[in-house]
Write a protein that binds this ligand. Structure first.
Ligand code: MF3
Ligand code: CO
Length: 256
């Protein structure tokens, strides 16, 4: 069953998502050559703490492991779930995905972006642009009358038309009181397949796109997912609310 949110839950989702987006925007502003991912992790942790929310990543359990950090910071060939480290110094030409998930008053907001560090190669710049555009094209499909597969198919078709590949092993998801609710939202699939989209769903849509092949593997730390071929990977994510018409993107920073 896909939970539909009532007005009270929607109000709470708006709040948690606005916090997640504000933290992400502020963290993004700190990315520059020379900073370590450890520094970014500390900044992210502090931003979340001062927002009054808590990190939904820290302590998140998967296969009896608990995620040790407060944010996910994934550089170059790292796809998702990278853990900040003093040894990882950002260099001119790198790309880094920042993923911020917070819980506030019992509801989760989930968003991610990928940023260029200094000047990056043209194909890497294209990777970021195509992945972000795929996210927005996917979001546009989240309307009543469509099914989840319409989001998946649209993302995949657009990404592959640019010669990039979509990651199969991780997917977008419903989000609400917990980080991962039904439905799963793959970034590949067939039109008119999967669950019907109805108003009141809150969905985290998150294309993960590799410059090279789609295969990934997990490092010995049990978390960091990297591309099997070592090619760079990008990740953009929003939490959206489905309505009678166009979806509302909830992960936008609140003016304050
Ligand atoms: N945006 C990611 C997701 O949807 C965040 C998970 S981070 C983790 O799965 F550390 F908690 F795994
Ligand atoms: Co997510």
């Amino acid at each position: 069953m896909i939970p539909l949110k009532n007005p009270e839950a929607i109000k709470r989702m708006r709040e948690s998502c606005a916090i997640a987006a504000t933290v992400l925007a502020r963290l993004k502003a700190q990315v520059h050559p020379g900073i370590t991912t450890y520094d970014l992790e500390q900044i992210g942790r502090d931003l979340i703490a001062s927002s009054g929310a808590r990190s939904a990543c820290h302590g998140y359990q998967l296969h009896s492991r608990r995620y040790p950090a407060y944010t996910c910071l994934s550089v170059n060939e790292e796809v998702v779930h990278g853990i900040g480290s003093l040894k990882r110094i950002l260099r001119d030409g790198d790309i880094i995905s920042l993923d911020v998930v917070v819980e506030y008053h019992g509801y989760i907001g989930d968003n991610a972006t990928t940023v260029a560090v200094g000047t990056i190669a043209p194909r890497a710049a294209e990777l970021l642009k195509v992945t972000e555009e795929a996210l927005y094209l996917g979001i546009k499909q989240a309307v009543p009358g469509n099914r989840i597969g319409d989001i998946s198919h649209t993302v995949q078709t657009f990404v592959e038309s640019h010669g990039f590949s979509v990651v199969r092993e991780m997917v977008g998801h419903g989000v609400g009181r917990t980080m991962h609710e039904e439905p799963q939202i793959p970034n590949f699939g067939r039109r008119n397949s999967g669950d019907k989209i109805k108003p009141g769903m809150t969905l985290a849509i998150e294309p993960m796109v590799n410059l090279g092949r789609f295969e990934v593997r997990t490092l010995a730390d049990g978390w960091t997912v990297v591309t099997a071929d070592g090619s760079p990977s990008a990740h953009f994510e929003h939490t959206v609310l489905t309505t009678d018409s166009s979806p509302e993107i909830l992960t936008v920073p609140r003016a304050s």
